[in-house]
Design a protein around this ligand. Structure first.
Ligand code: SAH
Length: 259
């Protein structure tokens, strides 16, 4: 099959974020997976080896995709990796109790990704222990590759390949009507990951201030609220309303006054 050039903005903007990767070979193989499917951005959060991008194993496994390694970013936390993103999906071998909505790679690629307003990130976990819960909870979706239920854990770079492949196929199909069926359903400007994080922190403070949230016994209130918000596809204006509510709660408590 002769595929057209894939130099569109989503091919440049979609970021593949690898969290706490241990094996340089996997970083190289992930770079290769990304490049073969026409993508460019690789971001590493706290890799085990600081010099992983120049590690000989990474270079060997990257093969002709060394430019992806050369341009990869290394950051020290997930917030920096998601800076400016409007949709982050945790790619996880494990389903969890407090997970955001679960999508297959294909569903993500066909419904969320083609909306150019949504700057997306795919977040992959460590080879041995996967993604920590708090990283999953800061994402708006969990993507699970429906593999063999009795042996469902793929090699990290192979999981990157599956996501990159499905994303490529969906983008090449270039069918804008698919976004109409988006489970996210944005109408206005999608809120950024950073805005959602800021709102949740603010809400947590306000709920603590009125005694609804007990910091000594928080139960699962915040994970449940995160899950609720991740299901709803928050827009910037809605985040601003929620922050306004939190602000008013705090103001009432300190001054007893309506704003
Ligand atoms: N033992 C780990 C699996 C780590 S595999 C665990 O239980 O979580 C390394 C990474 O590859 C995972 O964090 C995930 O990002 C990706 N991965 C592997 N298999 C996957 C699957 N079936 N679905 C989605 N992601 C998968």
């Amino acid at each position: 099959m002769n595929l057209p050039e894939t130099d569109t903005s989503i091919f440049h903007s979609l970021r593949f974020v690898l969290v706490e990767t241990s094996h340089p070979g996997n970083v190289g193989a992930a770079a290769r997976a990304i490049k073969t499917m026409g993508f460019h951005r690789l971001v590493l959060v706290r890799p085990r080896f600081d010099n992983v991008l120049t590690h000989e194993e990474a270079i060997a496994f990257a093969s002709g995709a060394q430019d992806i390694l050369e341009n990869a970013e290394i950051v020290d936390n997930i917030e920096k990796a998601l800076d400016g993103c409007r949709f982050a999906a945790a790619v996880s071998a494990r389903l969890r109790e407090f997970s955001p909505p679960v999508l297959t790679p294909r569903k993500f690629a066909e419904t969320v990704l083609p909306d150019v307003r949504i700057n997306c990130a795919l977040v992959f976990g460590n080879e041995r222990y996967g993604l920590p819960n708090d990283a999953v909870e800061s994402c708006q979706a969990l993507i699970h590759i429906p593999a063999n239920p009795v042996y469902s854990s793929l090699n990290l770079a192979q999981a990157v390949q599956v996501l990159a492949y499905e994303s490529r196929i969906a983008l090449l199909r270039n069918d804008t009507s698919v976004t109409e069926n988006s489970p996210v359903g944005f109408h206005g400007q999608p809120a950024s990951v950073e805005q959602i994080h800021g709102m949740l922190t603010h809400l947590e403070e306000a709920l603590t201030a009125i005694g609804f949230l007990n910091p000594d016994n928080p139960k699962k209130l915040m994970p449940r609220l995160k899950r609720l918000f991740s299901r709803s596809g928050l827009e910037t204006e809605e985040v601003n309303i929620l922050r306004g509510i939190a602000r008013q709660i705090e103001k009432r408590l300190t001054t007893g006054q309506r704003e």
